[in-house]
Design a protein around this ligand. Sequence first.
Ligand code: NAP
Ligand code: G3P
Length: 483
Amino acid sequence: MFDSMKEGNAYRCLINGRWVSGRQPPIEVIQPADKRVLGTVPALSKEEVDEAFAAAKEAQKQWAETPVSERSALLHEASYLLEERAEEIADVLSREISKDYASSLSEVKRTADFIRFTADEGKHLAGRTVGADSFPGFHKRRFSIVTRVPLGVVLAISPFNYPVNLSASKIAPALVAGNSVILKPPTSGAISALHLAAVFSEAGLPAGVLNTVTGRGSEIGDYLVTHPMVDFISFTGSTAVGKRIARQVGMVPLLLELGGKDAAIVLEDADLDDAAKDIVSGAYSYSGQRCTAVKRVLVVESVADALVEKLKERVLALKTGMPHEKVQITPLISDQAADYVQELIDDALAKGAKLVCGNRREGNLLWPTLFDFVTTDMRLAWEEPFGPVLPVIRIQDAEEGIEIANRSEYGLQAAVFTKNIDLAFSIAERLEVGTVHINNKTERGPDHFPFLGVKSSGMGTQGIRYSIEAMSRPKVVVVNLEP
Ligand code: NAP
Ligand code: G3P
């Protein structure tokens, strides 16, 4: 056990307040952009996972008794330290997941804001009293006092594309509600997440309240999610893994944020310049590796030519290169990810889609690609590329747009571009998604908004207050006075 997070570029896991190296050979974390080794992280064994859970279980008892004002103050300190180290951590994050540096720095700063907002929100986690006499047959000298209490040990599993923000979006609400946390970060992103854990540790978090478990999800994932000491699981990642977890966990409460295929519906009266700006930003930021990315455009035929021209102009203006350069399009997280995107591109071409621009590849670097005349027999119309490719599907009217949007297995977000606000609301009401943006790209922020997916996009609701409530429960004490 050590007091430091790493030795050279060999990173350790935080367990029970100390940094441990792990007893098995470590995992190399490879930089996607140049295939160099950024560092190593432990591949923890089941015995080490058990040690982490035992520490979390024990530490949670005292942490739950800690006044929420003190829990909140500690989160504020963590937010301050994270902001102080934003540039250092952003540099690591940018190398580790091939996210352009500007977006990496934005992720870290956004996370500091997230933690600070959560610290304040957690102090308002009030309960309520309920009088019995509002129900027939009961007198008013009987009432219940309802408070909210933590669930216990929260297992937080985060995805590669936001390894700092989407780890903190689980850790902070869990901690402020009085839970302890086991964080399983993505293997590609683990080093960035360990830097986040170090910030919480140095902010003064008591030993065992936050523990990190690194290792390939395919190897230790099942053991983690079925561990007997898990009281809640907050998972963000692919639909396939989310469904696998859901099949295993029985009575353990679960929050799932999964895949998406967000549609941007563009109607005849839309401001096409604004729509094109938002759609391109929404589709190609971080090379399309966002669950809330715009992943299909459903545009009415009458304005489709004009919109596609505007989209093309903006896509061609995107800069492609390495994460440390001032670019928007960077190498994808892995060669396998790039292969999958290329498969969808090739399928669309083979079935007659019109390539407007792109379809250029060097290793795992794919140039931004735009297709027109995509039809519903093509895989790109339905599958989540998680890469810089956008299909334009032409529709006759809003009705057809709603039907195609709802036919997707996913239901994360959607966007509607029109000047007719009444029509926008009526379309929004009929779209089977968690969130509809009117005249804006699809996106999760601001982070205190509720954020949820339906159908294959998830279960439960995130968003700061919603996450705190999800990781706590009512405790009811009924007072029976003499009538
Ligand atoms: P992923 O492959 O599902 O991995 C997500 C996390 O789960 C990683 O920490 C991974 O560990 C772990 N994991 C893998 N197999 C597991 C198992 N059997 N049991 C438990 N954990 C397991 O997803 P990703 O590639 O990191 O992220 C991309 C996907 O996540 C996309 O589909 C995207 O849409 C979705 N996503 C959704 C949201 C949202 O808020 N809705 C946000 C971001 C991403 P390893 O890294 O070690 O495999
Ligand atoms: O895919 C990560 C999801 O949380 C998207 O966040 O803010 O880029 O829409 P955002």
